[in-house]
Design a protein around this ligand. Structure first.
Ligand code: HEC
Ligand code: HEC
Length: 296
């Protein structure tokens, strides 16, 4: 019994290691590709229009201007409420500002469910453009440029999204399976990659519109490195969105958990039974010749 447990443990550890190495290779490949095709130097223009473009690509998964909070606060009027130097540092390196225990950052973090704003790898001129755009929107909707309405997604099919996530279906523009870097409840009994976070709660974290915007813009660093080169099509985004929604609902369903516990109990019972059978047979193998010898 102990032996079979140990070997199961070893093979699990081996599988984990293989998966981790796989994810690292993938990341290394992505970084190499990023080197091979350097992105055009960041534009020097710091116009509100340039800032609006960056805002649509990098911020709309988590922020609105004047339409209420999403994952992060509504940014209307933020250029009046906060110091410009603070805003610049924050947008460039929120992780650093938070690590310094900046009082505003600490308070915002607590206020927004302890979800930290990610470092998006923006340079100073991009942030200046963003601030110019936020400034131009500070007066409210009246007379200001309206935020572009997010493109309506086609209806998603959670089964198709699952196949894409697992890698049993291919992305039209290429790209690794989501499972290479992510795990999600109930998918793949052995779980998935560990480079990215578990996505069981992603739907609830971002909400309907936020998650759609996230899948469309993939604003965060690693996600952007992967998917800006081989964008997800609108249909793929919709299918993944539907699958992530389903996974978040399934995770809330206690029946799923009970099923899992039931399965693991049955699994343990089978293992115990097998181990006991082998143990008996081993004894019998020893006993028979001994008995034979004793009776002669
Ligand atoms: C993945 C979600 C996410 C993305 C993407 C994101 N933010 Fe944030 N942002 C947050 C959260 C959450 C907070 C609240 C602070 C915290 O919890 O760390 C925040 C806070 C802020 C604040 C401070 C607001 C205040 O009241 O002082 C500003 C400014 C800001 N973000 C700007 C941006 C800009 C500009 C972008 C795009 C370049 C962006 N954020 C992208 C999640 C995000
Ligand atoms: C190469 C590894 C990799 C692949 C492949 C990948 N992701 Fe990610 N993903 C990450 C990492 C790392 C993060 C954390 C933020 C960042 O650095 O981009 C992330 C973040 C996310 C988030 C935000 C989670 C949160 O809690 O804020 C979502 C949603 C997401 N990924 C969905 C997907 C989907 C859907 C796919 C498949 C189409 C996918 N990812 C494929 C690495 C990956």
């Amino acid at each position: 019994m102990q032996c079979s447990m140990r070997s199961a443990d070893v093979s699990r550890r081996r599988l984990d290691a293989v998966r981790r190495v796989g994810a690292l290779c993938l990341l290394a490949g992505i970084l190499l590709m990023a080197r091979a095709h350097p992105v055009a130097a960041a534009p020097v223009a710091q116009t509100p229009a340039e800032g609006e473009k960056i805002f649509q690509e990098k911020c709309t998964a988590c922020h609105t201007i004047g339409k209420g909070p999403l994952v992060g606060p509504d940014l209307q009027g933020v250029t009046q409420a906060r110091d410009r130097a603070w805003l610049t540092r924050w947008i460039m390196q929120p992780d650093v500002v938070l690590a310094e225990q900046d009082p505003i950052a600490v308070q915002l973090l607590a206020q927004y469910n302890n979800v930290p704003m990610p470092n998006l790898g923006l340079n100073e001129s991009q942030v200046a453009a963003l601030l110019a755009y936020l400034e131009s929107q500070a007066g409210g909707a009246a007379g200001a440029v309206q935020q572009a309405a997010p493109a309506a997604l086609p209806t998603g099919d959670p089964a198709a999204g699952r196949a894409l996530f697992m890698g049993t279906a291919r992305f039209q523009n290429g790209g690794p399976s989501c499972l290479a870097c992510h795990s999600i409840a109930g998918v793949g009994a052995l779980g998935g990659g560990t480079l990215g976070p578990d996505l069981t709660a992603a739907f609830n974290k971002y909400g309907d519109a936020g998650l759609a915007a996230f899948l469309n813009t993939t604003p965060t660093l690693t996600m952007n490195a992967v998917w800006s080169r081989q964008p997800l099509t609108p249909q793929e985004q919709a299918d993944l969105w539907a699958f992530l929604q389903q996974a978040s609902l399934a995770a809330r369903d206690p029946a799923t958990l009970n099923q899992l516990i039931g399965l693991s109990v049955v699994g343990c019972a089978v293992l115990l039974l097998l181990a006991q059978l082998r143990w008996r047979r081993r004894l019998r193998g020893v006993r028979r010749p001994m008995v034979a010898r004793a009776t002669h």
